[in-house]
Design a protein around this ligand. Structure first.
Ligand SMILES: [Zn+2]
Length: 294
């Protein structure tokens, strides 16, 4: 039975471009104050739970990690009613024990991106949300309890994701550096997605799907396209199984702090926020800022 008012958003990463078995499916071409999202959002229900699915790179994989419309993606999903957001992301493993085709319920992030807009707040509006724990602990724990049994895959309860700018993979020296920092997996898209999900007050968790060992493991053949493709396909099946199990079990109650992340975080005097800025913030600011006329 679906919880009242809850909706699951799924952002599909490399390899996951559709979610075939939604009932009552409709396609929503959402426009946002931050432009169009990566693609149309498919909205429907899975085991009675409302679900909105967005392929992160667009169907046909058109957007690079640098060029992704991260703000439009998160805004569009929130506008459709999403409360819980699961990011499915292909990653490389930085640890021997985190094998290809396993899943990591990441709990920490290191941001090594360089050029991406990372906040909805700009143009005379300042907000400082906390991201000490950038993923929702409740949604992570729920997924951890379900994903392994549902998919048969090895599931790791926690791990640190280092997000690089890309689009190239890392050098051996960089890979060794990230290992020395204690990072578990490496990818290109978790930031600023996690920052924006927190500003949008969504419960956000990641299924980090391991495709390969990155380049640090010098006795392995360097990452081959064939191997990565086969692992990606296996990982897509795992992600689908985990998401089905999540909705079957019902989305967890929002006892975490995610839904109130912006409370007290907007530092700017609302009277001094320019109308244009307030309009652009749209639904992101609705709980905390007065509307503007026009
Ligand atoms: Zn939460």
């Amino acid at each position: 039975m679906a919880d009242e008012g809850f909706m699951l958003g799924v952002i599909g990463g490399s390899g996951l471009y559709d979610f075939a078995d939604l009932t009552g499916e409709r396609v929503e071409a959402v426009e946002t104050p931050y432009g169009a999202p990566s693609d149309a959002v498919v909205v429907g229900a899975l085991h009675g739970v409302p679900v909105a699915f967005l392929p992160r790179h667009g169907r046909g994989h058109r957007h690079s990690p640098t060029d992704l419309p991260y703000r439009a993606n998160v805004y569009a999903l929130k506008a459709l009613g999403v409360t819980h957001l699961v990011s499915v992301s292909a990653v490389g493993s930085l640890r021997e024990h985190i094998h290809p085709r396993s899943v990591v319920l990441t709990d920490q992030l290191i941001d090594r991106t360089l050029t991406r807009p990372r906040s909805f707040f700009e143009g005379g509006a300042v907000a400082h949300v906390g991201i000490g724990d950038p993923f929702c602990p409740t949604l992570r724990a729920t997924l951890h309890g379900l994903a392994g049994d549902a998919s048969g895959a090895e599931v790791h309860a926690a791990g640190t994701y280092v997000c690089i700018e890309g689009p190239q993979f890392s050098t051996r020296a960089e890979s060794a550096l990230y290992r020395s920092w204690g990072a578990s997996v490496i990818g290109m898209t978790a930031m600023p997605e996690a920052r924006l999900a927190r500003e949008a007050e969504l419960c956000y968790a990641m299924l980090a799907m391991v495709t390969d060992y990155d380049v640090w493991q010098e006795d392995e053949a360097d990452v081959s396209v064939e191997l990565v493709t086969a692992n990606l396909e296996a990982n897509v099946a795992t992600a689908r199984a985990a998401i089905r199990a999540l909705v079957r079990a019902a989305l967890p109650a929002r006892t975490c702090g995610c839904k109130d992340a912006l409370r007290g975080a907007i530092t700017t005097d609302p009277a001094r926020i320019p109308d244009e800025t307030r309009r652009k913030l749209g639904i992101i600011g609705d709980r905390y800022l007065p509307p503007v006329a026009g």
